[in-house]
Design a protein. Structure first.
Lengths: 298, 777
């Protein structure tokens, strides 16, 4: 692969050293972990950094821990590690669903969840579970640390709340007791694909719902109006139809090469309906294969 | 049937270990040392424009850049069947992505940096981006000098228009045929362009030494054809041009003929002593190699109430792209064969090759037949359904049989089409489709026939050298390419069968045109048949040399000798057993101490001497342009989610008449792979262009090719064997054919399940779901 752009590469051994470098270079430097987005962007001339700061030698960024209902992930944790984590599967099932749909096996072994949210494309599969588990994004810079709730993270396509001297060091997710969730993704075939629509649907024993979507607006979003409509209610065909009727207000899909606006809207209704049913099924202990919910080859 | 030892057996591929262990060397793996230069292309950003100026001064200043070349350095035309292409654009560009200049540098990165700095000034011309617009009276002409372009005698360009070739086939009396019909159906079907997507992108390395000889290493299906075109375009003698073809990482027609390989070949002639490499990125692979042609097909078919086809009027308009030197032959091939595998007395076919300002069309697995069959097999299903006849019975009734006349008047070869239909019908349990327990799911059945002939010049030939080594192992020296189909293994099996040597003791290497004998190209699914015949002849030549020597030394009559277990034996003297290794190089010592014989070196050649393209230009009646057709049938059960439109093939059965399956396991592999490739073209693949002729999805992000996840749940491969009289052990080609029925089968199954007929490819989940919604109102 020929890269027309030339850049320097460093691999700092400590967080302090990394943050000092980033503070010096600001937006002229890019963080490198898996590189699955970054290198492609450089190859295609979309990014021209002077410096790549590889974070993979910073031990604390590799941590993955589950404690008191909270899951902490370091910035270097790959999708494969998340998929393989028993804690994630048990307490954050929707996240496991979503991670399994990101790219392909080879890419998932390198790509990170943190890198994914920093790329901040509208079709971000990991966003709906992060919204539903009310993730906190931990950032650090030479000026100190700050936490950004996920619903304040995405500003626009490919634009986040991260300052140009900051590093995302990790994310914390909070499990919902007695709940079950599912991530439903619309793709074009059985192989890896960018979501044409993605819906995360969660329900708990008190019939409280959390619902979020991706690829249906400029940024991934939580569907608060639908959550409020459903709150405390038993699912019925009529209720689901009312929820589906709110989709046009909760989303603003576009027509692009992957899908038409009309199909995105239409299938979103199907996804919400089947997602709600699947979440209930999981809550009752039934096995749900999320990738088969929309039919076809998957 | 004769009992063979190696033919018809599931011999393990002789190249398997080399390939799965990573030992196999591909073009980009070859080490050229310090004198290797890298080329990067400057490509047109305009679909149709005059090149006003090219400024290379900034590029020349880039560190690591050695030289920059433009069209002025190479004012040559080239082309396989019509010389309408340039090595670099001359005064005009005719598609987005066309090569204008090359930057030569000491590293790929420097070449790319340089290429980004070459400034091209354009004066835009109106672009014609589809074939129907290009046919309009006032359409902009892509090639005003069309009248001057040299071409093969079987092309009929229309200078002053954008029609590069018009194949007309006329048989019987069309009007009378329609008058006899009780029912006539007329409709239009459209098929977009497709990309081959071989996993190895195109790569070629040219080297011109100080003595003036050109060597090109290229990932190719056609080393000899490349040598010929390089020699012709660059004004070199064939003996001074050498093409070395290492292993190929997939071809599918995309590495047939010459596309980008001419660029490093030409550049090398100006860079004496260096090797210069051009390796395509995936994006370049999409935009500037051959693409499968787009199609608009208008079909009018007449039938009687009892289901006999009385007339067919098939008009096919091809979006062939900016240069049609190869693509026009796709148009020609289908123009001779657009009746499908049916016996039809009254036929009119117009297959029209149209220039457009999109990338050049060319060979793609199926060579136009997939595109043609999408319409025809959709149409046949609709007609049968309209008449309330079973569509399979309708097909059986009209199926072409041995001795029936093809559209151009030659007799159909022996074939097992009806057996294919019968066996597929049984395997899929036609008419007894499963019912889903899921209320969201519908299940439909689809059926399709297929046929295809190799499209070759009448004198396309193959040849083989075979040499014995001291231990009676063999080097079989041939020039076809193993592009995944198992060619090397099957050729070894043929020699093995004749010479009683196990295939594991036969080495077949990839070709070098200096040392390997002539082969036309590895295309057209003709290589098993044609090269197989040459190899068989070479093996027989070796056997005859062996027997002649034994007769000379031991005086056994030749007709009493035979080969078995790597030894010569005699019918009349069971005590005589002479191992081949005892004499095939060193000869046989006689009683006086002298030796007779010597190294056994054999040769074989095959050319289909009965073939001719001398048909009447107005009717195509006369010649014998196609050597034979391979036929088959296929069916599937398709599950459709009626809300999302998403589809899943539950079961597919495909029967093909291989004549003789030389290696049944490889035939089954082709059935699986071909079917999957075909299903991808109908379910999700699709090249999309914007209003300026720019490809929107030159990547696997938005051009989806099938993965292991996309294989149907069950595939039933069925091999039918009605021997091809002139084929090696009765074999004929099956490689391309296995993808042909996929698209119409899906469209037919969608209609069976939903009542909705989709007449444009691809038949995506979105299209199906939105059609179901629209139907509900």
């Amino acid at each position: 692969m020929a890269l027309a752009h030339e850049f320097d590469y460093v691999r700092p051994q400590s967080l302090t050293e990394a943050l000092q470098l980033k503070d010096k270079y600001k937006d002229k430097a890019r963080w490198l972990s898996g590189g699955t987005d970054l290198i492609v962007n450089i190859k295609e001339g979309m990014m021209k950094p002077d410096l790549l700061i590889d974070i993979k030698d910073i031990d604390e960024l590799w941590q993955i821990g589950f404690n008191s209902g909270k899951l902490s992930l370091g910035a270097a944790v790959s999708f494969s590690e998340l998929i393989d984590s028993e804690d994630v599967r048990q307490h954050f099932g929707m996240l496991t669903d979503a991670c399994r749909t990101v790219a392909s096996t080879g890419v998932r072994a390198r790509a990170t969840l943190v890198g994914n949210i920093c790329s901040a494309v509208p079709s971000l599969d990991s966003a709906p579970p992060l919204f539903c588990y009310e993730a906190i994004v931990h950032c650090a810079s030479v000026d100190g640390k700050r936490d950004i709730p996920i619903d304040q993270w995405f500003l626009a396509p490919r634009k986040t709340a991260l300052a140009d001297n900051e590093l995302v060091t990790g994310i914390t997710l909070t499990a919902i007791p007695n709940s079950a969730g599912v991530y439903v993704k619309l793709g074009r075939y059985g192989g890896e694909d960018l979501a044409q629509a993605g819906w995360g649907v969660m329900v708990d024993h008190n019939k409280q719902y959390r619902i979020a979507h991706c690829a249906l607006a400029a940024t991934p979003k939580r569907a608060y109006q639908i959550e409020q409509l459903l709150a405390g209610k038993e699912l019925s065909d009529a209720l689901i139809e009312q929820a589906i009727a709110l989709i046009p207000q909760e989303t603003s899909p576009i027509t692009d090469i992957r899908s038409s606006k009309e199909y995105r809207l239409h299938v979103s209704g199907v996804m919400l309906k089947r997602g709600l049913q699947a979440a209930y099924d999981r809550l009752q202990g039934k096995t749900v294969e999320a990738h088969k919910l929309l039919g076809g080859i998957a | 049937m004769k009992d063979y030892k190696y033919i018809g057996k599931d011999v393990i591929r002789i190249d398997a270990l080399e390939k799965i262990s990573g030992a196999a060397i591909y073009g980009d793996d070859i080490d050229f040392g310090a004198n290797l230069l890298y080329a990067e292309l400057v490509q047109s950003t305009q679909a149709h424009a005059i090149i006003k100026s090219i400024n290379t001064s900034e590029a020349q200043k880039v560190k690591g850049v050695y030289k920059v070349f433009t069209g002025k350095d190479f004012p040559y035309k080239f082309g396989l069947y019509m010389k309408d292409r340039y090595i670099f654009a001359q005064d005009k560009v005719r598609f987005v992505g066309e090569q204008i200049a090359a930057v030569i540098a000491y590293s790929p990165g420097a070449a790319k940096r340089g290429a980004e700095l070459v400034k091209v000034e354009y004066e835009a011309l109106p672009a014609v981006l589809n074939q129907m617009d290009a046919l309009a009276d006032n359409a902009t002409l892509l090639h005003p000098d069309l009248a001057d372009y040299p071409h093969v005698p079987w092309f009929f360009p229309k200078p002053g228009t954008n029609v590069a070739h018009w194949r007309k086939t006329r048989k019987g009396n069309l009007e009378q045929g329609f008058a006899q019909a009780d029912y006539i159906l007329e409709d239009t079907y459209t098929v977009p362009r497709y990309a081959h997507c071989a996993i190895e992108t195109h790569v070629a390395i040219g080297k011109f030494d100080h003595s003036g000889r050109l060597t090109v290493w290229s990932s190719s299906q056609s080393p000899h054809t490349q040598r010929h075109l390089f020699a012709e375009a660059l004004g070199l003698s064939h003996k001074d041009v050498r093409v070395i073809a290492p292993h190929v990482g997939g071809g599918f027609g995309g590495k047939a003929g010459v596309t980008m390989e001419i660029i490093p070949a030409a550049l090398a002639t100006k860079l004496k002593g260096y090797a210069v490499k051009l390796r395509y990125s995936r994006e370049q692979e999409f935009i500037n190699t051959y693409q499968r042609l787009g199609v608009v097909a208008r079909i009018k078919m007449g039938v009687t109430k009892d289901g006999s086809i009385t007339a067919l009027d098939h008009k096919i308009y091809w979006d062939a792209g900016a240069y049609v030197e190869y693509g026009a032959n796709v148009v020609n091939a289908v123009g001779l064969s657009a009746i499908g595998p049916y016996r039809i007395d009254n036929v009119s076919i117009d297959s029209v090759c149209v220039y457009t300002n999109l990338p050049p069309g060319g060979a793609y697995r199926g060579f136009g037949y997939s595109e043609m069959l999408f319409g025809l097999e959709s149409h046949v299903t609709r007609i049968a359904n309209e008449l309330k006849l079973d569509q399979v019975e309708f097909r059986r009734r009209n199926a072409i049989k041995e001795g029936d006349l093809t559209a151009y008047g030659a007799k159909m070869n022996p074939n097992g089409l009806v057996e294919c239909i019968d066996r597929v019908q049984a395997a899929i349990a036609w008419g007894k489709k499963p019912v889903s327990t899921d209320p969201n799911k519908l299940i439909g059945q689809g059926f399709s026939l297929f046929w295809k002939a190799p499209a070759m010049p009448p004198n396309a030939s193959s040849s083989a050298f075979l040499k014995f080594n001291e231990d009676a192992t063999i080097n079989l020296i041939i020039s076809g390419m193993d592009i995944g189909q198992g060619y090397q293994t099957v050729m070894a099996q043929i020699a093995a069968e004749i010479l009683s040597i196990p295939p594991s003791k036969i080495r077949v290497e990839t070709p070098d045109t200096d040392r390997n004998p002539y082969e036309w190209q590895t295309v057209a699914s003709h290589i098993t048949w044609s090269s197989g015949n040459a190899v068989k002849k070479a093996a027989i030549d070796a056997r005859e040399q062996i027997f002649a020597l034994i007769t000379r030394v031991y005086h056994y009559p030749i007709d009493e000798l035979y080969l078995e277990d790597e030894a010569v034996k005699c019918n009349t003297d069971s005590a005589f057993i002479l191992p081949l290794k005892d004499f095939v190089v060193d000869g046989i010592m006689t009683s006086d101490g002298t030796f007779k014989g010597g190294p056994i070196n054999a040769r074989g050649m095959f050319m289909p001497e009965f073939s001719s393209t001398n048909g009447d230009p107005e009717t195509s009646q006369g010649g014998h342009p196609n050597v034979h057709y391979t036929v088959g049938a296929a069916a599937l059960n398709l599950e459709i989610d009626k809300e999302t439109g998403k589809m899943r093939v539950l079961k597919a059965a495909l029967a093909i008449d291989a004549g003789k399956a030389l290696n049944p396991d490889l035939v089954r592999g082709q059935i699986t792979g071909g079917l999957l490739q075909g299903l991808a073209t109908v379910l999700y693949e699709d090249m999309r262009y914007d209003a300026n002729g720019k490809l929107l999805n030159p990547n696997f992000t938005d051009y989806k090719i099938p993965t292991a996840m996309d294989v149907p749940d069950e595939i039933i491969p069925i091999i039918v064997e009605v021997p091809q009289p002139d084929g090696p052990f009765g074999a004929r080609g099956i490689g391309e054919h296995t993808m042909l029925p996929a698209a119409p089968m899906i469209a037919n199954a969608v209609e069976d399940a939903t009542g909705i007929r989709i007449k444009s490819m691809p038949v995506t989940a979105e299209k199906v779901a939105m059609a179901i919604l629209a139907k509900k109102g």
